[in-house]
Design a protein around this ligand. Structure first.
Ligand SMILES: [Zn+2]
Ligand SMILES: [Zn+2]
Length: 261
């Protein structure tokens, strides 16, 4: 059985044709809930059972409150929202607090809420039917993780989330049995290295250096390019020795990752 990966949003900003980070796996698992979620129909939204958040930044959670509101009904099954404890706390403190949005972690009933928060840590592995989600380490300005998703036939996808160069990420990726598609951020161009160090995003130079550590040969899909700097980031990554087959995501791609015999 193949693993379906639908990129809903893959930009570092907004504007015509740009949506922020969100990925739909097999119709029922969402990784991050940026503005890309806004392209899903009500039927598609209602099929989502699990949301895995990489971190608390707005471009990755902005449409989670709207998703909750859209699928709400008195008998709706719970949506499991997974994230680091710091990410879940930020959601409770700053979003689902009755000021910005109703507290769907306690509605319609505290013992049967629409949103069930589930905390995780790097190294954890969560089984969702025939898929296994592994939590990958990331290094960003707030606590952050990436995720890999592997199905029972071995098809595998990994997403870095927002991260700068991390000596923990690459060994974790190498430990996966297979890797068909790696979606990884390159938020800022080389000439903004100072800003990238502060904001903890990859630059083309740093990603090119780190890709040498990767033992798998997946397709590399670049995401989270800062609007206005897309062309520079593309040209700088083209100098990387690993640029063959590299793709630059727009946020409207679908991948069907095949089984490994
Ligand atoms: Zn971020
Ligand atoms: Zn981001």
């Amino acid at each position: 059985m193949s693993l379906s990966v639908r990129i809903l949003g893959a930009s570092g900003g907004i504007g015509p044709g740009r949506r922020t980070t969100s990925i739909l796996i097999d119709n029922d698992i969402l990784i991050d809930a940026g503005s890309g979620v806004g392209d899903l129909t009500l039927e598609e939204l209602r099929r989502i059972r699990h949301v895995f958040l990489t971190h608390s930044h707005l471009d990755h959670i902005a449409f989670l409150p709207m998703l909750a509101d859209m699928v709400y009904s008195p008998d709706a099954p719970p949506v499991h929202v997974h994230g680091l404890p710091a990410t879940l706390k930020a959601l409770c403190d700053h979003v689902f607090n009755w000021v910005i949005w109703p507290d769907f972690t306690r509605l319609p009933r505290p013992d049967q809420p629409l949103i069930r928060l589930e905390s995780l840590q790097p190294g954890h592995s969560i089984a969702v039917e025939h898929r296994e989600i592994q939590v990958l380490p990331a290094r960003h300005t707030v606590p952050a993780v990436g995720y890999s998703v592997t199905n029972s036939d071995g098809a595998a996808f990994a997403f870095s989330g927002d991260t700068t160069s991390s000596h923990l990420l690459w060994p974790a990726l190498n430990a996966l049995p297979h890797l068909d598609l790696l979606m990884i951020e390159t938020g800022l161009p080389d000439e903004m290295e100072g800003m990238a160090d502060l904001a903890k995003h990859y630059t083309p130079q740093h990603l090119g250096e780190d890709l040498a550590q990767l033992q798998h040969r997946p397709r590399i899909a670049i995401t989270h390019l800062k609007p206005g700097h897309e062309q520079a980031i593309r040209q700088q990554l083209a100098r990387s020795p690993h640029h063959d087959g590299m793709i630059f995501l727009h946020g409207d791609e679908r991948f069907e990752l095949g089984a490994h015999p």
